[in-house]
Design a protein around this ligand. Structure first.
Ligand SMILES: NC(=O)c1ccc[n+]([C@@H]2O[C@H](COP(=O)([O-])OP(=O)(O)OC[C@H]3O[C@@H](n4cnc5c(N)ncnc54)[C@H](OP(=O)(O)O)[C@@H]3O)[C@@H](O)[C@H]2O)c1
Length: 220
């Protein structure tokens, strides 16, 4: 049984990750700003008040977790605000950086003392953060923040390799969640299954890679 903490676990992909991991008898710590009836129904350890842009909330989480060691930390929380060049909202762009890019780094920094040799970190990024894959422009804050998240993940992979901790950057596909307004070609439970398969495969040798949940290696 592995101890696994997931951010943004109250809905969408995070909720399905919590459900699948609970079904395979891992100990799930479902971190979220506020819980949901669906999350409460899983019967996992729910930790509310976890705001990934707020270090104080992560310190309070640390106090509640006691001496729990983690085998896997899944940085899933994220936000999307579409912005076109004609109507840029710099506050919104900054907020997406706080949540999508700095958020995972903040969470890892707060919790990394719980990760030992053999532990793993996943960052749910997006192929919209791929420079090579950007063929349509727009979505400045989201694209820029996910590109920055990818860079943070690669640096983490280098910095944490000596400690035996592997890091994966993962794209969940185009998934039917609130983020996409229910559009998408993939159900959240299928995205979650693919993400877990990629995390299971992750090793120190492959640490720092960027994958689609279907296994395809993605370009930076
Ligand atoms: N859906 C897609 O097609 C798609 C594609 C590529 C990548 N992704 C990525 O996949 C991840 C999950 O997305 P999703 O589709 O499941 O979206 P979602 O249904 O909108 O869920 C987002 C989750 O993130 C949480 N969250 C947002 N801001 C937060 C903050 N400041 N602190 C803590 N938690 C916060 C939300 O909590 P609240 O309920 O409190 O807001 C919610 O639990 C995100 O990182 C997203 O960028 C999704």
């Amino acid at each position: 049984m592995a101890n696994i903490l997931i951010t943004g676990a109250n809905r969408g992909i995070g909720l399905e990750l919590a459900r699948l991991l609970n079904e395979r008898d891992d100990h799930v710590v479902a971190a979220c700003r506020s819980s949901s009836p669906e999350l409460d129904a899983l019967g996992v350890q729910v930790e509310t008040g976890v705001e990934v842009s707020d270090s104080a909330s992560l310190e309070r989480l640390n106090e509640r977790l006691g001496d729990l060691a983690l085998d896997l930390l899944i940085n899933n929380a994220g936000i999307l605000a579409r912005t076109s060049l004609d109507a840029l909202d710099f506050q919104s762009i900054e907020r997406q950086f706080q949540v999508n890019a700095i958020g995972p780094l903040r969470v890892v920094t707060a919790l990394k003392h719980r990760l030992g040799a053999g532990a793993k970190i996943a960052i749910v990024s997006s192929r919209m953060g791929s420079l090579a894959d950007n063929s349509s422009g727009g979505s400045y804050g989201y694209r820029m923040s996910k590109a920055a998240a990818n860079m943070a993940g690669v640096s983490l992979a280098h910095d944490l390799r000596p400690a035996g901790i592997a890091v994966a950057l993962l794209h969940p596909g185009w998934v039917q969640t609130e983020m996409t307004g229910g559009r998408g070609d993939t159900q959240a439970k299928d995205a979650a299954r693919g993400l877990l398969a990629r995390i299971d495969e992750l090793s120190l040798e492959t640490s720092g890679g960027f994958w689609h949940q279907n296994g395809e290696r993605l370009p930076w």
